[in-house]
Design a protein around this ligand. Structure first.
Ligand code: C2E
Ligand code: CA
Ligand code: CA
Length: 864
């Protein structure tokens, strides 16, 4: 218990004279200068001096008690021991804390901590005396430090006159003490700052939170001036100047109190900087939210599911729902009254099932005062509290009427004819398909498709103008609607063609009767723009009895029947029978269709009649044999027939040539091909080194307007002539060599290149060849397919046909022409052609003819 070493350390100090005080360590200087470091040697004189001090001390009435850093007694005077009811020797062996009840010990421990921090204090301590009584002692306590500022213990001076014995009610004392400890603990540990300020405004107590809040040491705070607080019993906000000039906000509360016998103010300060910042941020975001909600065009809703009340509804509600918000606040269900009656139940279910459970949305209609319909898209989101319970529902209702109507319009447009507003081909086909399906399920279900074509429309249109033509078509559309039942469908396919679907008829006689009624009704003249116009109609009828599976088949046959009706003298109807599929009629039909399709592209024909060109081009790459580079394309026409699908040139070019329609068709092809090449040039580069080859037929070459047409097309598409190659056949050259040569020279003047197609198949007169200004020979694929090289003697053993190829190539080169091999399908053919110095090749080995998109990809990949 007693430690000799620590005692000798303590003896290092002695009561100092005034003059030595400035040598004390900093902390000691703040205490009265009883002690100072001993700088003198350990002499007899020094011992004498100490002895004198002790005698002096013995005379003092005050008790003197030296305690080391652990609270153990180093030295004690008899007076002190007396005050505790012990003998000096007894006290010497003890610690301060041996005289304290545990409750008191807690308090003293806190005093002790203060001493360690260098704070001198006046302690009031209840000691437990030897006889068990409690003695209240007032002690002045001075902390002691060594040179290194480490705590050595304290010197306590007890004042005997304050001593009082509190034995009368020990248990109540202890209870009191315990309460005081609790209070201490609260004051020490609370996050609020607590200060005690005396009547002069000086701080005489500060808890740890206060030192932290003011960012000062306790000893700096104690004794410093806070000022006399004026606020009593209510809170006030004060600005806090923390360390590093940081500003904060405190909430101050002041209460008068009595402390250590003095009347003081208890000042508590709570740091509300964070709270205030949060409040400010919240207020700001609330303001932003309000601004937003008040100004958006959507309705913003806040709903309390518990009370079923609206907490907030934005002003847009009034304009969209046409009802004041006050009414809604008073009758929370009133928004439902405006919902379309057919959808009210749906919405109610939605509210019940979804709102409080998951984010959801619903589209519904509102009915306005004047029965005006509005489409609403309403989204809701449940908001949960920290316990996971939904306590709010947020909603956003958007008026999507415009979008909805635009969608409906778009859908309507894709299924209706713009001129007459009748269903178009797409919708008609949909309906026929539905009828077909129904007839599969119900054998007794009968329907018929009527195909109508006006007999004189072209004349009306050409003579009176398309404005009159348009009006006539609209009038006829309205007449047809009037004649038919609402369950039937009248559609306009384009041009002057109408189709009718007669559903659920009793017998085929019904269809015939309706056709006849239509025919008669349309015979009557129409008044259009001051003109009396009339046009008879030819009608073809197809019944669904022929085992049809696709709607196009019905349309095709009704069309054929209509064609027969026209053939029989127009203004009549014909019912389809299988005999109509006879080749002769079909050819005539194709001619008729071709005529219509070509006619539809004539510029003078109103745009509204043309859905899209029925003719489209495929492009077959022409490749440089040596470099494999793309050098151009050959344009090959296809016909997208309205009912028969994509037709290849073999199915219609011969008819077109025979009927002379090839001239118009040729111009359609030439225009599209030039346009496409020009487009690629614009997309990539104006001097794209690709050529477009276009097939020319004999009739075109002999047509008087060929040069005029070509010039117009080149001018209108903007394609320079040298990017165009025209392909001619040998037979075309031989027909009238002088006239042809003249035309060819005119073409060459425009820098247009010329090539001879299918070379070798005609009765070619090689001797004439040199007299034509031709750039290229295209070797027909029938020769190319014959090249079968011998593996061992590749160039020695060529078959005879291959020898012809060699001759052609040599001849071409002699005449300064280059050679394109057509129909190259294999690597070995290519190999041969290369050896024969053929320049270019075209064929499935490189590529099939490509549609626009694929050809465009090819061009782009070539120039990447
Ligand atoms: P063409 O001018 O000799 O065109 C080449 C034909 O051969 C094309 O048939 C093409 O698809 C096909 N072909 C290409 N590479 C190969 C191959 O490797 N093997 C085989 N077996 N065939 C290949 P398409 O497109 O059916 O054209 C047929 C004919 O129709 C053309 O023969 C041409 O005479 C004519 N034609 C096509 N478009 C037009 C046009 O716009 N105007 C005129 N007047 N005639 C055209
Ligand atoms: Ca060709
Ligand atoms: Ca050819």
């Amino acid at each position: 218990m007693y430690n000799h070493r620590s005692r000798s350390q303590l003896s290092y100090y002695h009561l100092a004279s005034e003059g030595e005080s400035n040598q004390l360590p900093k902390t000691m200087r703040q205490t009265p200068s009883f002690f100072s470091r001993d700088s003198q040697p350990d002499t007899a004189e020094k011992h004498e001096r100490i002895a004198r001090y002790y005698r002096l001390l013995a005379l003092m009435r005050e008790g003197l008690w030296w305690l080391n850093a652990q609270g153990k007694t180093v030295e004690v005077t008899s007076q002190m021991a007396n005050l505790l009811g012990y003998k000096r020797e007894e006290v010497l062996k003890t610690s301060l804390f041996d005289f304290l009840e545990p409750a008191v010990s807690v308090t003293v421990q806190q005093y002790w901590e203060n001493s360690k921090r260098g704070i001198q204090g006046n302690w009031k301590v209840e000691f437990t005396c030897k006889n068990g009584s409690i003695s209240l002692l007032c002690m002045s306590v001075f902390p002691l430090f060594d040179r290194q500022d480490s705590f050595l213990g304290v010197l306590a001076i007890a004042h005997p006159q304050t001593s009082s014995t509190l034995t009368s009610n020990r248990s109540s004392f202890l209870a009191l003490q315990e309460r005081q400890n609790q209070l201490n603990a609260i004051v020490t540990n609370t996050s609020d700052s607590i200060l005690i300020v005396d009547r002069n405004g000086q701080i005489c107590f500060a808890n740890p939170a206060a030192t932290k809040l003011f960012d000062r040491k306790l000893e700096e705070l104690l004794g410093s001036d806070l000022g006399v607080p004026v606020v009593r019993e209510e809170t006030a906000e004060i600005q806090l100047l923390g360390g590093k000039g940081k500003l904060g906000i405190g909430e101050m509360r002041v209460a008068p109190a009595v402390w250590q016998g003095k009347s003081v103010y208890v000042v508590s300060v709570r740091d509300i900087t964070d709270r205030r910042q949060t409040e400010d941020a919240l207020r700001e975001s609330e303001e932003r939210f309000r601004q937003l909600a008040e100004n958006i065009q959507d309705v913003f809703w806040l709903f309390c599911p518990e009370t079923k009340q609206w907490l907030y509804v934005s002003p847009a509600y009034e304009s969209i729902w046409g009802e004041s918000r006050d009414r809604l606040y008073n009758h929370p269900h009133s928004w439902m009254e405006h919902i379309h009656p057919q959808e009210r139940e749906l919405v109610e279910n939605w509210v019940d099932r979804k709102w409080c459970h998951e984010p959801s949305s619903l589209e519904y209609r509102l009915v306005g005062e004047d029965n005006e319909i509005r489409w609403i898209w309403h989204r809701t989101f449940p908001v949960k509290n920290s316990q996971g319970e939904v306590y709010r529902v947020v909603g956003i209702a958007e008026d999507i009427s415009d979008r909805k109507f635009a969608q409906e319009q778009l859908r309507h447009d894709t299924l209706h004819d713009a001129l007459t507003d009748l269903p178009n081909r797409n919708l008609f086909m949909e309906r026929v398909e539905r009828a077909l399906k129904r007839s599969e399920r119900h054998a007794e279900y009968l329907f018929a498709v009527l195909f109508l074509d006006l007999d004189r429309f072209k004349i009306v249109n050409d003579s009176l103008g398309h404005l009159v033509g348009d009006k006539l078509l609209v009038s006829i559309a309205r007449s047809l609607e009037k004649i038919l039942r609402s369950s039937d469908t009248v559609a306009r396919l384009g041009g002057d063609e109408f189709t009718i679907l007669l559903e659920d008829i009793e017998s085929y006689q019904d269809a015939v009767q309706i056709a006849e009624r239509i025919r008669q009704a349309l015979c009557a003249p129409y008044q259009v723009e001051g003109h009396e116009v009339f046009s008879t109609v030819s009608i073809g009828i197809a019944m669904n009895s022929n085992g049809y599976t696709r709607p196009e088949q019905l349309l095709r046959d009704a069309d054929l029947a209509m064609y027969r009706a026209k053939e029989l003298g127009k203004s009549r109807y014909a019912i389809f029978d299988q005999a109509m599929h006879a080749p002769a009629l079909k050819l005539l039909k194709i001619e008729n269709d071709l005529r219509r399709a070509i006619w539809a592209e004539k510029p003078k024909y109103p745009v509204s009649y043309v859905e899209a060109s029925e003719f489209l081009l495929y492009y077959q790459p022409i490749i440089n044999i040596n470099t494999y580079e793309l050098t151009g394309f050959e344009a090959l026409v296809r016909w997208r027939h309205p009912y028969r699908g994509l037709l290849s040139p073999g199915e219609f070019i011969p008819i077109a040539e025979e009927t002379g329609l090839i001239v118009d068709l040729g111009n359609i092809v030439l225009r599209q091909a030039c346009q496409q090449m020009r487009l690629w040039q614009q997309q990539i580069s104006p001097d794209l080194s690709l050529r477009m080859s276009v097939n020319l037929s004999g009739k075109q070459l002999r047509d008087d307007s060929i040069l005029e047409d070509l010039d117009r097309i080149l001018a209108e598409t903007g394609l320079p002539g040298h990017f165009l190659t025209l392909e001619l056949t040998e037979s075309m050259l031989m027909d009238n060599p002088e006239a042809v040569t003249n035309i060819l020279l005119q073409l060459r003047k425009r820098s247009v290149q010329l090539s001879i197609d299918d070379f070798g198949t005609g009765y070619s007169s090689l001797s004439y060849l040199h007299s034509f200004p031709v750039n290229t020979l295209k070797i027909d694929k029938s020769f190319v397919s014959q090249i079968q090289p011998d593996r061992n003697h590749q160039h020695l053993n060529l078959p005879e046909r291959a020898e012809i190829v060699r001759t052609i190539i040599t001849l071409a080169h002699t005449l300064g022409m280059d050679v394109v091999a057509e129909g190259v399908e294999t690597q070995s053919q290519l190999q041969q052609l290369k050896q024969l110095h053929c320049e270019k090749a075209q064929g499935y080995f490189f590529s099939q003819p490509l549609d626009v998109k694929a050809a465009t990809d090819r061009v782009f990949s070539h120039y990447r």
